[in-house]
Design a protein around this ligand. Sequence first.
Ligand SMILES: Nc1nc2c(c(=O)[nH]1)N[C@H]1C(S)=C(S)[C@@H](COP(=O)(O)OP(=O)(O)OC[C@H]3O[C@@H](n4cnc5c(=O)[nH]c(N)nc54)[C@H](O)[C@@H]3O)O[C@H]1N2
Ligand SMILES: Nc1nc2c(c(=O)[nH]1)N[C@H]1C(S)=C(S)[C@@H](COP(=O)(O)OP(=O)(O)OC[C@H]3O[C@@H](n4cnc5c(=O)[nH]c(N)nc54)[C@H](O)[C@@H]3O)O[C@H]1N2
Ligand code: SF4
Ligand SMILES: [Mo]
Length: 698
Amino acid sequence: MTMTSSIVKTVCPFCGVGCGICLKIDKQGNLTGVEPQANHPISHGKLCEKGWSTAYAIRPDNRITQPLKRIKDQFVPISWDEALTTISETVSDILNETGAKAVGVISSARATNEDNYAAQKFARAVLKTNNIDHCARICHSPTVAGLKQALGSGAMTNSTKDLFETDVIVVIGADPTENHSVLGGQVFEAQRRGAKLIVIDPRVTRLAKVADWHLQLKLGTNIALINAMLQVIIEHQWHDKDFIEQRCEGFDELARNVATVTPESVEECTGVSAELIRIVAQLYSQAKSAMILYGMGITQFVSGTQNVIALADLALVCGHIGRPGTGINPLRGQNNVQGACDMGCLPNVYPGYQAVDDPAVRQKFSQAWGENVADQPGLTSLGMTKATLAGDFRALILFGEDPVVTDPDQNHVKEALKALDLLVVAELTMTETAKLADIVLPAASFAEKDGTFTNCERRVQQISQALAPFGSAMGDWQWLSALAAKLGSQQLNWMSSEQVFEEMASLTPSYQGMSYDEISRSHGIQWPCNNDAPQGTQVLHRDTFPIGKAKLTPVHYVEIDEPADEQFPLLLTTNRLHFHYGCGSMTRKSPLLERETPAGILFINPKDAQALNIQLHSPVAVRSRRGYVETRAMLTNDVPPGLVSMPYHFKEAPSNQLTNTAQDPITKMPELKACAVQVYRLPEGQEPQDIQHLLEEE
Ligand SMILES: Nc1nc2c(c(=O)[nH]1)N[C@H]1C(S)=C(S)[C@@H](COP(=O)(O)OP(=O)(O)OC[C@H]3O[C@@H](n4cnc5c(=O)[nH]c(N)nc54)[C@H](O)[C@@H]3O)O[C@H]1N2
Ligand SMILES: Nc1nc2c(c(=O)[nH]1)N[C@H]1C(S)=C(S)[C@@H](COP(=O)(O)OP(=O)(O)OC[C@H]3O[C@@H](n4cnc5c(=O)[nH]c(N)nc54)[C@H](O)[C@@H]3O)O[C@H]1N2
Ligand code: SF4
Ligand SMILES: [Mo]
């Protein structure tokens, strides 16, 4: 493509921090390396190891370069035309036979806003279904629901730079040095400059080691702990009465609910001393400014939405919302998961969180698109799996997700995907999910297309094409557009990503004031950006909430679904490792990152290990009610006795063989953070077998 070497400024394709990277392109048009962008407002010339390794993640080896069709167990290359014709014919047959409820789309928080806008429009205006979802379901869907109810908006209230304007940082259920690494580094730095750091986590994370206070609560006891903090705060009149009176409703009922939840009453349940609960309740409530950062240790529970509401209650009661350095901040995980939610890739909302069950909203979109839109509520991603097994769902078009590795209860997921009449997967490489597809489509990576990503602080940043797509790979909105045309619809007939963005912005109030010109002039714009806030918004809810007054809602402690028992005596939680990402399909291409992969991935306390005759690197088996994996043990005091932990990045020993599908009733979030397991040592000399072999042996 290019004849001179060049440097293309763009955005890191991994996590939601949204660091600025430069792709170095040589004279032949090859990507030769990555370096950080100087003067970037978030990353300030820094990157973590994943960002530095981006060139490996998208390099040509093992990329899918042309459409593939499965014939029995073989994939054969076919043309785009044949692929799209096959898909459209099968989808049309299914629409005729079973109706729109039997088809659906799963989009990607790794792809651009333009791709995601196209995906939900394809579902709603072409297929006429609200069956559209993405990985936020198993990530921050409780945030979207819980903060929406409490505050009217489910996004980070502050900007990352606010970490340097706050007196107290509370990190609860998040491990940012590993997972939002550049931001995690800023937490360290903010503490060094004087902020107090409180970490609430059952594991001893890197931040917990340096925290002023670490509350090592028992798995899944967040609500008990937060309610006890509220009890202390209200008892001592440390709550912000003016803020509550002017800006909140529901205080009296909340106060009644927590009145008896004294720190002493939750000591046993949470494992945290009453004294420590009192200290942090005072520190947090009495601070002039305080930021809560939270993650999957809050959301991935059957109590996920209630956990989020409890945190919102805590922040509101202390008046800790709506000022620089003061707020509640869900650390959105994927590079564009904030955007995929904003774009309405959720079964219950259009772009900008406009409800699908509101007739006025339906009218707005059918008018704008000149097309009748779906009117039945849609299925969630796990709802589609369930409906498949019940025989009610038949065709799934999926891109940029690997549910076989990343959804809970792997055997159940595989069974459902195999039962589909049509599975289409658009991917960069042959993932475990793509291996089950009927048609595989080659997708262009972030470096081979343009568009926008929205990071965790609501900043919409432009990504720029640096490379020609590999083989015949296409951008996601482009193949969706071609497929729509095959199905006889011109709805996705855009000429450029900019045109997609313009249409989206005209229908999405929080993006209304944005254009490619404006976004590229600075390092992106934070939503809402509209007539009232033409420069965007750094801090949400300064004077009012989108719902007028914020809602305080009493919540009650909910136990985890599957406690340990005699047969499965240990609790398993799942977490992330700094050097690997998601299903591993991108980070595991990097030899540097692979070098850092631990020799075993079952983290176990030395006391438990000793009782089970397990030493460092011993081969071990882990069994739950749903599945079985083998790996090696890593002995560490970072997990307490009774709790073992496994990352979910490794397809050869997938922790999602074991995890529980019990769901949060409000959002259908599965309980990925807790299930009961048994662990035992494999005979000396026996190598741990990968899951493929184990399943074949069965
Ligand atoms: N390196 C790397 N970075 C990533 C990712 C990756 O795969 N790899 N994925 C990205 C994505 S998609 C996301 S969503 C984010 C997630 O980022 P995080 O939210 O930080 O993710 P986790 O490591 O899953 O879990 C966070 C913490 O919750 C704790 N925890 C477990 N149970 C409880 C509990 O009951 N209460 C409390 N208070 N804490 C608990 C765990 O011990 C863990 O330290 O990371 C993003 N960044
Ligand atoms: N046990 C357990 N399971 C978990 C979690 C946990 O904490 N514990 N966390 C959950 C969470 S928070 C999340 S977000 C999910 C993540 O689950 P997934 O979304 O399935 O994980 P990723 O690895 O991000 O998968 C993204 C895929 O997108 C592809 N890709 C990247 N860019 C593009 C693009 O532009 N277009 C297309 N078509 N493809 C692209 C990559 O090659 C990759 O294979 O995992 C969940 N699963
Ligand atoms: S912190 Fe996140 S966005 Fe920044 S370089 Fe690392 S993975 Fe990329
Ligand atoms: Mo996530």
